[in-house]
Write a protein that binds this ligand. Structure first.
Ligand code: 5GP
Ligand code: ZN
Length: 123
C-alpha cells in the first residue's frame, strides 16, 4: 500500500531495525519502544486490522503467533524456570484493533513487549 509505513518497511523504502524475516512475516523494533524489548510482528501482505481477518488468514496468524516464543528467547525475555519460586522473564503481546482499540498504524501487527519493568506501554 502506497502510504503504509509498514508496507514501506517490508519493501525497504523505509529503514527499520529488522530482527527476523521469512517469506510471509517481518519483525522489527518499534521506533518508540515502550519497554526494554518492543518488537512488531507484521505480515508482509497489507491487512488493515485483525477485524479484516477470517479463516483464510488462520495459517498466517498462526505463524505470527508461533514465532513469538523463539523471538522472545532470541531477545532474552522468554520465561525461564518451571515453578513459581524459580520462574523469571516474560512478555506481553498486544494487537490494538481499530480506533477504540488504540490502533494507530493500519497494517496488522503484534506488539511483543518485555524485559525488566517498569514499562511505559499505553493503556
Ligand atoms: P499501534 O498503536 O497501531 O498498535 O502501534 C503502532 C506502533 O508502530 C507504535 O508503537 C509506533 O511507535 C510504531 N511505529 C509507527 N511508525 C513506525 C515506523 O515508521 N517504524 C517503526 N519501527 N515503528 C513505527
Ligand atoms: Zn501496509
Amino acid at each position: 500500500m502506497e502510504n503504509c509505513p509498514f508496507c514501506k518497511i517490508v519493501n525497504r523504502r523505509l529503514p527499520a531495525d529488522i530482527v527476523y524475516e521469512n517469506d510471509r512475516v517481518l519483525v522489527f523494533r518499534d521506533i518508540h519502544p515502550a519497554a526494554p524489548v518492543h518488537l512488531l510482528v507484521v505480515p508482509k501482505i497489507h491487512i488493515q486490522t485483525l477485524s479484516d481477518c477470517t479463516g483464510v488468514h488462520a495459517g498466517l496468524l498462526g505463524e505470527m503467533m508461533a514465532l513469538i516464543p523463539s523471538l522472545a528467547d532470541q531477545q532474552r525475555i522468554g520465561v525461564v524456570g518451571s515453578t513459581a519460586e524459580t520462574r523469571v522473564g516474560g512478555y506481553r503481546i498486544i494487537i490494538n484493533t481499530g480506533p477504540d482499540g488504540g490502533q494507530e498504524v493500519y497494517h496488522l501487527h503484534i506488539h511483543l513487549i518485555g524485559g525488566p519493568r517498569p514499562w511505559k506501554y499505553k493503556n
